[in-house]
Design a protein around this ligand. Structure first.
Ligand code: SF4
Length: 78
């Protein structure tokens, strides 16, 4: 159905941390991250193809907890 360019993986402890979720929503320039009513992280699937590979989300969270995978490159992590 969709032909995605990237996918993001966020560790559950980050996705449920309202401060980190808000930070991710703030840093991503193309709004791939949002927060739900309870403040937890929501991935905005329809924006995934807008990723500019800036790494700001990776740098905003503890090491290894956010992974951006390049689906056009065999799923290699950014
Ligand atoms: S790499 Fe940049 S554009 Fe892509 S999801 Fe992370 S913050 Fe958003």
């Amino acid at each position: 159905m969709s032909n995605l360019f990237i996918e993001v993986e966020v560790a559950p402890e980050v996705a449920s941390d309202t401060a980190l979720a808000a930070k991710l929503a703030e840093v991503c320039p193309v709004d791939i991250y949002a927060t739900g009513e309870d403040g937890s992280l929501r991935i905005v699937e329809e924006n995934l193809d807008e990723c500019v590979l800036c790494r700001l989300c990776i740098d905003a969270a503890p090491a290894g907890t956010v992974t951006v995978r390049k689906l056009y490159d065999g799923g290699a992590p950014l």
